[in-house]
Design a protein around this ligand. Structure first.
Ligand code: G3P
Length: 218
């Protein structure tokens, strides 16, 4: 399973990269705004900085909601770097944009996936990745991990190549659950990734190992 980091913060991306486990980056307009990045030129320049920082895929989202607008944007975005993946919302013109990208060899990430039906049509349109939003589904008391499991089963039966990129991950357990449910990729902030490292018995065990070592070598 691939690990992407879901942020536009360059320090967090660099910290994730230092761990040696980072396969890519996802961003969205909210995350770019959170970093104070605004204006087309600044946005494009920031994507370039992210692409220079990581070797893996970097999702950059279109803002337009009509096909022509999306097409203009994605053709500009794809010129930033070879590792740019065009993030396209799950709407009707988004399906047209996904099909256009498939026909032109441009990698895509279909975002805002909340149902198996949406995952099916996005895969049919040739999406490279689809992003089901686990946390936001859990927020309304549905089961985000169960959706990932359903999509994984459907893609396996239908032999789609589209990768399931589990997004809106809010905690470390979501990562483990997504992995178990068949996600190909998880994307989340750095904190849930670092949370995977933690166990009190590890801390207690290490403390004891070191204490015994120091006693023996005093
Ligand atoms: O990748 C999508 C993600 O950024 C959404 O996360 O926590 O805003 O639902 P969240």
């Amino acid at each position: 399973m691939k690990f992407f980091i879901d942020t536009a913060n360059l320090d967090q991306i660099a910290e994730g990269k230092e761990l040696g486990i980072l396969d890519g980056v996802t961003t969205n307009p909210s995350l770019m705004a959170k970093e104070g990045i605004s204006g087309r030129d600044n946005i494009l320049a920031h994507y370039k900085k992210i692409c220079d920082l990581v070797d893996g895929d970097v999702s950059a989202e279109v803002i337009s909601t009509d096909f022509q607008g999306m097409k203009d944007e994605l053709l500009e975005l794809k010129e930033i770097a070879p590792n740019i993946v065009i993030k396209i919302p799950m709407i009707k013109d988004g399906i047209k944009a996904l099909s256009f990208c498939r026909d032109n060899g441009i990698p895509t990430n279909c975002t805002l996936i909340f149902s198996a039906g949406q995952a099916l049509i996005a895969a049919k349109a040739g999406a490279t990745y689809i992003s089901p939003f686990i946390g936001r589904i859990d927020d309304i008391t549905w089961d985000g991990v169960e959706l990932v499991r359903q999509i994984a089963e459907m893609y396996a039966i239908q032999m789609f190549d589209t990768e399931i990129l589990a997004a809106s991950i809010r905690n470390s357990n979501h990562i483990v659950q997504a992995a178990t449910a068949g996600a190909d990729v998880v994307t989340c902030p750095l904190a849930p990734i670092l949370g995977l490292l933690k166990h009190p018995l590890t801390d207690i065990g290490l403390e004891k190992f070191l204490a015994d070592h120091h006693k023996a070598n005093a």
